[in-house]
Design a binder for this molecule. Structure first.
Ligand code: F6R
Length: 611
């Protein structure tokens, strides 16, 4: 949802900012821009298009320029165009601003500013910020920013520069992430950690309601009342190489291939592979608190929500507790019934998704405990939740989530086993047996990523890539994974895809099944296998083209399908962690064949920090 970067130091600012913007491109990529300070003048370069287009537009000798701000946009207010690209400038051309977020009362502010004589050049909400700052400017950018923000409703991570105060960057945060990277005689600002990794791993993470003044030699942090704030320096665990493509054509493929390792890392220290014992020592729950939980509410968006759907099946089964799964955007506005002994589990790769954070805050306001499952240490979700389980997937850069999803599933399994023992719902022998199965998963995923399996998936994808529609069906855990399979396919290949509980087809959707329509049937759950196969027969009778994903040994399904992908044998309870992998790869290959922009699908951005 827009990426912003700022630099004050001794290096060539243009190169530092371009590199940072490229690292943040997954946050938005419909327009880009930069403000550089040269000989006391602000030089603005911007336009619709990707960051490589911006690079071509910067036609100045920038060697002397070591200070500036940059932006990569995901349009909210105003279509992608040269005028709507950031930075936006004040009427006097002395102040420039880049912004991530939404200014909700911008129309009112714009009307008022226009009446006071300010000229607007764009349709964006952001532009009111720069005119407001100009309106209040009396020689101190920080002070005018503070006065301007007092009038603003909405969310922002923003960065401002002024040619009257060369060498000073001013930034502020409310409900959109912002980190300040600390270097030697240079400092950096960015929306997200990957933009900083090649320069520093020492950062300040700004909290809501904080502002900072950043120069090459120092960082000063203040609250909105202008009082100085002391903050701890945060050391980032990721390294720069993890956030590179590493020879793969796309981040998505790299991240799919990293899954065995990501799962190993997520299990490390939490599962003893020999005894199968699970211990989540980072949780602060006492056994009595675990026993007293009466209901679990899982909240999340998109792929993380699909992980939650799997979570519902496994937590209900092992804890014998009611579990509801909600889209965070619905949960926050539907006055959910929350009781003091309920637990809210908020799942988010980025830990910055606006709706998921709002759901967390709603639960906390009602006095309900929140456990976060997130991939980003230091993210807002991880800091605001009562308890956190990190998924150790490493940086996920592709917009389509893969390794984060798999590690979210693994974390939910760990949680189910840990709580089930504490609630005495399973014996320690049963838990040990399940834990051992969990420890086999990285090797089984590796098996699925072997060349033989990949060839099969590529061949199937060639057929799929020629279709404009596809259907995913399954029962129980397979249905939950089918939802994710369908999302993966549509978001990166633009093939229309729907997922249905296999038993639901005949209640309407069967009308869409005609000759040659691809139907991908997930049939890993032994107790409903024959039921699923009956549903496969229903679509076969309508001449659908059928791919079945099932467990090794279920050879009898072959006569019902055009293709079968066999998954390595594992306890039924864990199949989602395996089934997801061929679905990711089939989508990836189909998108590749169709020539789609895989890492940056149209209209999408990673980390949805606006509502
Ligand atoms: C799809 C995808 C999105 C995210 C969703 C939530 O591949 O990545 O659906 O899952 O935007 O993002 P997080 O997990 O960061 O809250």
């Amino acid at each position: 949802m827009c990426g912003i970067v700022g630099y004050a130091g001794w290096q060539n600012a243009k190169s530092v900012l371009l590199e940072g913007l490229k690292k943040l491109e997954y946050r938005g990529y419909d327009s880009a821009g930069m403000a550089l300070m040269l000989s006391g003048d602000l030089k603005i370069f911007k336009g619709a298009g990707e960051i490589c287009d911006l690079e071509d537009k910067i036609n100045l000798d920038s060697k002397e320029c070591s200070f500036g701000i940059g932006h990569t946009r995901w349009a909210t207010h105003g279509r992608p165009s040269d005028e709507n690209a950031h930075p936006h400038c004040s009427c006097c051309n002395k102040i420039a601003i880049v912004h991530n977020g939404i200014i909700e009362n911008y129309q009112h502010l714009r009307g008022w500013l226009e009446e006071s004589g300010h000229r607007f050049l764009s349709e964006t909400d952001t532009e009111v910020l720069v005119h407001l700052v100009e309106h209040y400017y009396t020689g101190n950018l920080m002070e005018s920013m503070r006065r301007a923000l007092a009038l603003v409703e909405g969310s922002y991570a923003l960065l401002a520069v002024s040619s009257w105060e060369e060498g000073h960057l001013v930034c502020a945060r409310k409900d959109s992430p912002l980190v300040i990277g600390l270097g030697e005689q240079e400092n950096f600002i960015a929306s997200d950690i990957p933009a900083l990794l090649s320069h520093t791993r020492r950062v300040y993470i700004l909290d809501d309601g904080e502002m900072a003044a950043v120069t090459s030699s120092g960082v000063k942090i203040y609250n909105m009342r202008g009082e100085s704030v002391d903050k701890d320096i945060f050391e980032i665990g990721w390294d720069a190489v993890e956030a590179e493509r590493g020879g793969y054509p796309h981040f998505m493929l790299k991240e799919i291939m990293e899954q065995p390792q990501a799962v190993r890392e997520t299990l490390r220290g939490r599962l003893d592979a020999d005894t199968g014992r699970v211990k989540l020592s980072e949780l602060k729950f006492t056994p009595a608190e675990i026993q007293s939980i009466e209901k679990i509410h899982i909240v999340a968006c998109g792929t993380a929500y699909h992980a939650g759907l799997v979570g519902k099946y496994i937590l209900e089964k092992k804890l014998q507790l009611p579990v509801e799964v909600d889209l965070a955007s619905e949960f926050r506005y539907r006055e959910p019934l929350l009781a003091p002994r309920d637990l809210v589990v908020a799942i988010s790769q980025s830990g910055e998704t606006a709706d998921t954070l709002a759901a967390l805050r709603l639960a906390r306001d009602k006095g309900v405990r929140v456990l976060a499952i997130t991939n980003v240490v230091g993210s807002t979700l991880s800091r605001e939740a009562n308890d956190v389980l990190f998924t150790w997937a490493g940086p996920e850069i592709a917009v389509a989530s893969t390794k984060a999803y798999l590690t979210q599933l693994v974390t939910l399994y760990l949680l189910a086993l840990d709580f089930a023992v504490a609630r005495e719902r399973i014996t320690s022998e049963e838990s040990a047996e399940l834990g051992r199965n969990l420890s086999f998963l990285p090797d089984k995923i590796e098996e699925l990523l072997s060349t033989n399996s990949l060839n099969k998936m590529q061949t199937y994808a060639q057929k799929l890539a020629r279709s404009e529609n596809a259907f995913f069906i399954g029962r129980n855990l397979d249905f939950a994974v089918a939802m994710e399979g369908s999302l993966k396919l549509k978001e990166i290949s633009y093939i229309h895809a729907e997922a249905h509980a296999a038993g639901e087809l005949k209640h309407g959707t069967l009308a869409l099944i005609t000759e040659g329509v691809p139907v991908i049937a997930l049939a890993t759950q032994q107790h409903v296998l024959e039921k699923t196969i009956s549903n496969v027969q229903e679509v076969k009778a309508r001449d659908a083209d059928i791919l079945i994903l099932t467990m090794t040994g279920n050879d009898h399904v072959e006569k019902h399908a055009h293709e079968v992908i066999y998954l390595p044998a594992i306890n039924d309870f864990f199949t989602p962690i395996l089934t997801a992998v061929p679905l990711q790869l089939i989508s990836y290959y189909a998108a590749e064949i169709r020539g789609c922009s895989i890492d940056k699908p149209r209209n999408l951005a990673k980390s949805v920090t606006v509502e």
